[in-house]
Design a protein around this ligand. Sequence first.
Ligand SMILES: [Zn+2]
Length: 293
Amino acid sequence: MRGVIARTWAAAAALLLLCEGSVVAAPVIVIDAGHGGSNLGAFAPALGRHEKGLALELALATAQALRRRLPAARVLLTRQRDEYLTLEQRVRLANRARAAAFVSLHFNASPTRSESGFECYVVSAEASDREAALMAAREHDAVSNAPGAGAAGGEVAAILHDLGQRAQRTDAWQLAQTLRHALARARPAAQDRGVRPASFDVLLGLRMPGVLVELGFLDHPLEGPELGRPTTRQALAEALASALATHLGGARLVSPTPRPAPTPRPAPTPRPAPTPLSPTSTPTPAQARHRPG
Ligand SMILES: [Zn+2]
């Protein structure tokens, strides 16, 4: 069953583009610059700047790189200026756009100012299951209360919803891994802190795979200044765009020109089953201090 589920959102989004060899729809990718307005985020002492500005600059550069790599895709930004947005507004924008992927960009800070490196967060299985249970219960009620509906209909809705949640979670995990490897290539000297489960609100309400990326620690004496350099920003933007393009099947999305009818596809190579995410997530000191917004 996992093999079926693992035919991911990305594959579905890519397939949407092809109908008898023609481009019929473009995937939507949402880039979210964390914080903004009165929500300053972490502080970079060496730069005299806050996270909100650095995240916005990176989001704009990433969108530009992504549009260049995937001309057929629609790239949306949750904000394009220094403004305050609630987490719900960010989620609503992505859900209404029926996005194929959502990436929230952040920079970190630690109480000791000694931590460094980048990490990716995806919704924890526990949080996702809790949300799925609530949703399934609501759908069950809706179906059971419909004229002529029985409990079986509700159970089917619940099972389908659960399958969808699992597929979304698996796809988010795979996107996070792709992002992580691209960031490691862009900054080989930086510490790769891996992919972690979390219950960040900005990821919880999403109806598509979402990843929150902490790109580095702004208050680290060496990493902070490095993250402020335009060359680093461009390298990070290219890495993020490259990972998203890879994840969404970029090779088939690059050209919007009509293609010949596709030949039957070989059976997909099974991807390795993702390592189960820990059901509980203990916030690191860095998380405890930096609250993504
Ligand atoms: Zn943040």
